[in-house]
Design a protein around this ligand. Structure first.
Ligand SMILES: Cc1cc2nc3c(=O)[nH]c(=O)nc-3n(C[C@H](O)[C@H](O)[C@H](O)COP(=O)(O)OP(=O)(O)OC[C@H]3O[C@@H](n4cnc5c(N)ncnc54)[C@H](O)[C@@H]3O)c2cc1C
Ligand code: FES
Length: 282
């Protein structure tokens, strides 16, 4: 039975204690800015010692999106780590302008200093024996799967990256992915790749994949769940999804980002944002 009371379990207490040890607040100088995917921006910031080599794909950072001395907007905004470069000691974020915070962040230029908290969250888990990894991305959900692809290739695994968007301009340019990644796209209007939903492509790849990793909008997840039900055998391949909830604190304190799982209600900022799809109650 699902625990409907969003209270702190021992596991949550441990996870919160762990995240407060691992997470750090740091000042990050913007060192590069690049337009990508229609209206989005890649922002590369300097990261403190060792962080770029420690961050796990699927983890995120919480960024203060306001000028020094202002309290508006009050709350930090969460962003997945899109790329981490240990040699340059940088992290890159993919920012789509939705509202005040993200518009402010996307407008920052080289030389600006950002107040960043992180890395936060659990990140994706790749099983040691998994050779073939299938990514499924929609919109800015592309971000954590780019870092996961980088790490997977460095470990000698095979990556196929499926991405869907409304039009060709809204897709991640192929040049953003390592050349060893097989990149397959779908667009609603057929301007590039398959005409239709990216999840239409799944049946062809599910038998090849040892694991599937997905990040994108709600309708994509619902379609992923339906296609998986019809095409997975014995729950294989396992599917991990990164969920996106509004996050006020990012540290497990406000309980604003709770998701319902088979183990009860969990704070997705600490115990997520990555979940085994079959553990989610939806
Ligand atoms: C774990 C996690 C990782 C994330 N990673 C990324 C990332 O890599 N890149 C990225 O661009 N965003 C990412 N997001 C979403 C990002 O945090 C929000 O877009 C941002 O907080 C919006 O803040 P805002 O002040 O601009 O918008 P607000 O002023 O808070 O909202 C303005 C309007 O936009 C709508 N809105 C806000 N966010 C979204 C959204 N994501 N989708 C659709 N409508 C939205 C709101 O409902 C509201 O109507 C992530 C979110 C989470 C939880
Ligand atoms: S954002 Fe506050 S508990 Fe998750």
């Amino acid at each position: 039975m699902v625990d409907l009371e969003p209270r702190r379990t021992d596991a949550t207490e441990e996870a919160v204690a762990d995240v407060t040890v691992r997470a750090r607040e740091f000042e990050a100088e913007v060192v590069a800015v690049e337009s990508v995917m229609l209206d989005s921006t890649l922002i590369t910031v300097r990261a403190p010692n060792g962080l770029a080599s420690q961050v796990r794909a699927g983890q995120f950072v919480d960024v203060l999106c306001r000028v020094d001395g202002s309290y508006d907007p009050l709350l930090r905004r969460p962003y997945s780590v899109y790329r981490a470069d240990p040699s340059a000691e940088t992290l890159t974020l993919l920012v789509r302008p939705y509202g005040r915070g993200s518009q402010w962040l996307a407008a920052q230029g080289v030389g600006t200093t950002l107040d960043v908290l992180g890395p936060l969250g659990n990140g994706f888990s790749v099983a040691p024996r998994s050779r073939n990894l299938l990514m499924l991305a929609g919109g800015v959900g592309a971000a954590p799967l780019v870092l996961l692809s980088d790490h997977a290739l460095a470990d000698g695994r095979n990556v196929t990256y499926l991405m869907g968007a409304a039009t060709a301009e809204a897709l991640l340019p192929a040049g953003q992915l390592p050349s060893d990644v097989e990149y397959v796209v779908a667009t609603d209007d057929g301007s590039r790749g398959h005409r239709g939903f990216v999840t239409d492509l799944l049946p062809e790849y599910l038998r090849w994949a040892d694991q599937v990793f997905a990040c994108g909008p709600g309708p994509m997840f619902r379609s992923l769940r339906d296609v998986s039900r019809a095409h997975r055998v014995g729950g294989k391949p396992r599917v991990q999804v990164s969920v996106e909830r509004g996050m006020a604190c990012g540290l497990g304190a406000c309980l604003g980002c709770v998701v319902e799982t088979r183990q009860g209600l969990q704070t997705s900022c600490v115990q997520g944002p990555v979940y085994d799809m079959d553990d989610l109650v939806w």
